[in-house]
Design a protein around this ligand. Structure first.
Ligand code: HPA
Ligand code: ZN
Length: 358
């Protein structure tokens, strides 16, 4: 069987030809059966054009036809991607919208053999652009999370994400809301910063990260996606425990050494980097070099509806384009469980299943 790995044809720069690669049915089945975690996934980025049409039908002034919905997903570079992400988020308005988005995301994850996901929700966009309360929307997400756990056996944690280029005051609102809600909703596991690193590094968020840690929240940060290694050093310096993308670490041997020694988990998102143009060509992507250097690598889909790729695709890409073997993929899945914020006993239970998978 052959499959076109379309996911590798980036919107910016790399436009083809599509790769025609061999791909075995057995491998697909192995990938699906691997119990794995998705650690870098934005709820809003899982909403498909079809779901947007459905949601927007109830929004008097904003009803979208199929073509209009699809048009929202077009972008040609990283800045355009951020605008597309915002445009999709603007159509998530009510608690029921957030519940539906969460439920559909959970169904797709379970279908791919994902047993646990730690999902970014862009609370920063809700506050800054929509100027509305987040709690009612969060209750919709929680309804779907509870249902996913009981009906699909899938656990979900939430990471409240701030938009770095809106600045520290806006981020403070996001992180403090996470701290306020966490005692009642332990599913809120941590905080993070996304957005445009070219406009601000991590340093202005230092005291907010300290405050969040003291409130019992785990710390993540998008880092080194659109800027050089200094963005990754900055995230480490303010205490980030897990790094989103970390694409530019490859250019700094000292940083590579620190990431390897401290086994800092990296949330690698290959399709995302190619489609946003942050990485020009598949052969430039550092995934395999990170793995071979002993870094703690995990595979993730980031915004599957915007990047036309899901977690299974990311594992296939690792196999087909980066020559990862079955045992390597098992190790990547194992990394995803170890790097999650799950309690140790649940990690052990999933890791045992992983080891015994034939
Ligand atoms: N990077 C920065 N901001 C984002 C991303 C990302 O991968 N996804 C959604 N917002
Ligand atoms: Zn992201």
């Amino acid at each position: 069987m052959y499959r076109f790995v379309q996911a590798l044809c980036g919107a910016a720069g790399y436009t083809g030809p599509h790769h025609l690669v061999p791909c075995s049915v057995d491998f697909d089945s192995f990938i699906r059966r691997l119990p794995k975690a998705e650690l870098h996934l934005h709820l809003e980025g899982t909403v498909t054009p079809e779901t947007l049409v459905e949601l927007s039908a109830g929004q008097n002034s904003a009803a979208l036809g199929p073509e209009q919905a699809r048009a929202l997903f077009h972008y040609t570079d990283f800045s355009g991607f951020l605008l597309a992400f915002k445009a999709v988020t603007e159509h998530l308005r009510t608690p029921d919208d957030y519940e539906l988005a969460t439920w559909r995301m959970a169904q797709r994850l379970a279908h791919q053999g994902v047993v646990h996901a730690e999902v970014y929700v862009s609370v920063g966009v809700v506050y800054y652009w929509r100027r509305c309360e987040f709690e009612p929307l969060f209750l919709g997400m929680e309804r779907a999370r509870v249902r996913a756990e009981s009906e699909l056996g899938l656990s979900l944690y939430w990471i409240f994400d701030a938009v770095r280029h809106f600045g520290p005051d806006e981020a403070a609102r996001v992180f403090r809301k996470a701290a306020e809600l966490r005692p009642q909703f332990p599913s809120i596991i941590g905080i993070g910063i996304g957005g445009d690193e070219r406009r601000t590094g991590a340093e202005p968020f230092r005291s907010l990260y300290t405050e969040a840690r003291e409130a019992g929240l785990r710390l993540t940060a998008h880092a080194g996606e659109t800027v050089g290694p200094e963005g990754i050093w900055g995230a480490l310096n303010i205490g980030a425990e897990r790094l989103g993308h970390a694409l530019s670490a490859i250019h700094d041997p000292e940083l590579m050494g620190v990431l390897a020694e401290r086994q800092i988990p990296l949330e690698i998102c290959v399709s995302s980097n190619l489609r946003t143009g942050c990485c020009a060509r598949p052969e430039d992507h550092p995934l395999r070099r990170y793995f071979d250097a002993g870094l703690m690598v995990t595979l993730n889909s980031d915004d599957p509806a915007l990047f036309l790729s899901d977690l299974e695709d990311e594992y296939r890409i690792a196999q087909e384009c980066f020559a990862f073997t079955e045992e390597h993929l098992r190790e990547l899945a194992s990394n995803s469980i170890e790097a999650s914020f799950l309690p140790p006993e649940r990690k052990v239970e999933i890791l045992r299943r992983l080891e015994s998978l034939e």
